[in-house]
Design a protein around this ligand. Structure first.
Ligand SMILES: [Zn+2]
Ligand SMILES: [Zn+2]
Length: 323
């Protein structure tokens, strides 16, 4: 006997594998509830195309730019959304949730989890669990996204769309699983992006009514502020998996193939100092030298000055002299 993943009922062993239609229905249900049919136990390394439809549709929606055109307002909103969410991903999803590089209060933890969730890179638990496994097994066959083992496409986005890639490894994040609000955010990870998209559309329509001189409207802010900005944000974020494990310099002789890459550091607000980071993942700062700009770290310092976060873990003095 086995559990039917759609109905959660016991079914005879002969029917253990769900039929194609059942698999399709389950995939669609998981667009809205990532735990529909019970926790995802998939370990399949093939791309789950049915479940990947929203991700693909998000890319296709960027073509809407052909209809909505562009304005300075739309570009500013797209850049602002990119910056806010890149900071939330790098400062909180990565340095806080995955690495515990500083401390904060529960409300601020949730607030930045929400900003991170606006990025359509799933919930903070999913993100942190995959990333901890990446560090544990970096550039070995157990790394979720090593470019050395499966190539560029796999390390960049292929892994993200497989059944194994959709699963959250709860065993890697026991410290985070105790927060019900984070578990909820993870389970219904599509809600925050949908609300974000709707909010941008309403903002654009409001601006069209009260400030027509800005030459924007709801559809334009939706396409630029949400779709184009999100797709750009995604592809830049995952260059740290695909490109920063191949191209750049190595200050530290780490067991993996991580690299320091100034261009990627610029685009990802400091994450491109990836060889530094793999050598000492615990620090809130990834640029170890004064000239290794790290915008996320500067932002975190700003939050620390405001008293919203504290106990930022420093780079050990000895490491600042290496190389
Ligand atoms: Zn890495
Ligand atoms: Zn990391």
């Amino acid at each position: 006997m086995a559990l039917n993943p759609v109905t959660n009922e016991l079914m005879p062993a002969t029917a253990a594998r769900p039929r194609p239609l059942q698999r399709l229905l389950l995939a669609v249900a998981r667009w809205f509830d990532s735990q529909a049919g019970g926790p995802d136990t998939g370990d399949d390394d093939r791309i789950d195309w049915a479940r990947a439809v929203p991700f693909i549709a998000m890319h296709a929606a960027c073509l809407g730019v052909l209809w909505v055109g562009v304005s300075a307002t739309a570009l500013a909103v797209a850049l602002g959304m990119y910056a806010l969410r890149m900071f939330a991903i790098t400062g909180f999803y990565h340095r806080y949730f995955a690495h515990k590089a500083f401390r904060t209060s529960r409300p601020v933890q949730f607030l930045f989890a929400l900003f991170g969730a606006m990025s359509v890179q799933r919930g903070p638990l999913w993100w942190a669990a995959h990333h901890r496994n990446h560090h544990r097994h970096a550039d070995t066959e157990h790394d979720p996204h090593s470019p050395l083992y499966r190539g560029f496409f796999w390390s960049h986005m292929g892994w993200f769309l497989t059944r194994r890639g959709f699963r959250t490894d709860a065993a890697s994040i026991p410290d985070l699983m105790r927060y019900p609000e984070l578990r909820l955010l993870d389970r219904f990870d599509i809600l925050v992006p949908v609300a974000t998209a709707a909010g941008l559309f309403l903002l654009g329509d409001l601006l069209a009514a009260v400030a027509p001189s800005l030459h924007t409207d709801g559809a334009q802010l939706l396409i630029w502020g949400f779709f184009i900005s999100t797709v750009l944000l995604f592809h830049v974020t995952v260059t740290i998996n695909s490109l920063a494990h191949r191209y750049g310099t190595r200050r530290f002789d780490t067991r993996d193939n991580s690299r320091n890459n100034a261009l990627l550091a610029l685009l990802t607000f400091g994450e491109g100092w990836h060889n530094n980071h793999h050598h000492f993942p615990g620090s809130a700062r990834q640029g170890f030298r004064w000239w290794e700009f790290d915008f996320t770290y500067y932002g975190l310092c700003g939050l620390a000055v405001l008293g919203l976060i504290w106990d930022l873990k420093p780079v050990p003095v000895a490491l600042k002299r290496v190389g």
